[in-house]
Write a protein that binds this ligand. Sequence first.
Ligand code: GZL
Ligand code: ZN
Length: 316
Amino acid sequence: SASLVGSEMCIRDRGVAAADDTITVGFSQVGAESDWRTANSQSMKDTFSKENGYDLIFDDAQQKQENQITAIRNFIQQEVDYILLAPVTETGWDTVLQEAKDADIPVIIVDRMVDVSDDSLYTTWIGTDALCEGRKAAEWLNGFAEAKGIAASDIHIADIQGTIGSTAQIGRTKGLEEGVDKYGWDLVAQQTGEFTQAKGQEVMESMLKQYDNINVVYCENDNEAFGAIDALKAAGKTPGKDVTIISFDAIKAALKKVQSGEINAEFECNPLHGPRVAELAKKIMKGEKVDKIQYVDEQVFTKDNTTKEVINKRAY
Ligand code: GZL
Ligand code: ZN
């Protein structure tokens, strides 16, 4: 009947439309746990947009690895042109990445690393050097303590860690622990704040109940720092003064706290990976070789270089 022919024509037309040069990308994102993550997702959505010639399939895994594995299998079923994976933690990816490889679909790892037996299971990784960030923070703390004449044994640190097993947590924790060993600081407590504000506040509250000598809080991202600051104030302490606050990401709201003196040092972690990922993907789709590791650059913010102008021109 005419209607069938009509609809059949329509399906065929749609078939033809999908065959044009629209690139279909499957992106498995960690979740929406932090402002950094939101900025990272926005950068990818802005880049892999319809007007830029992409059909982006975006999946938010709510910080669960099994959801990311399901998403990747769906992308394979849908025969996407390539897969982007921001892995919640480093291990447990070999099987599903092998399935993508068997389906001949390139995988680009974004932000955090995967720890796989065979690194041909992904084409390239783009992100930031968390260990370097941690080491920069430890060096800053040493300079800060020396300038204030605080003996290493009088530095009592609470480490509010990120999601355990994520590259950001592994690198930032390692950078701190190297400093503890090198300078002889007292690492009083370590517990994950899961990169969220609520958990960061909860962990700070419980640490303050257990220890009364904490004078440095090392927050492995800004949302944890916001929670910790609320907990410190509720306990009658003055963050940035009697308790030194170190944090990572350097989102705008955190840089404003550097300006106000509540946060003493911010270690930037750049979430705006979109453009670099698209540029790399184009090369890969043309069969060009790309380096396995691609870093984005980052800096340190303290009171003396965090001006209104600096904050206003920040993209996130
Ligand atoms: C860092 C990224 C971390 C951010 C957090 O590379 O993986 O995850 O530091 C985010 O804010 O939740
Ligand atoms: Zn980083």
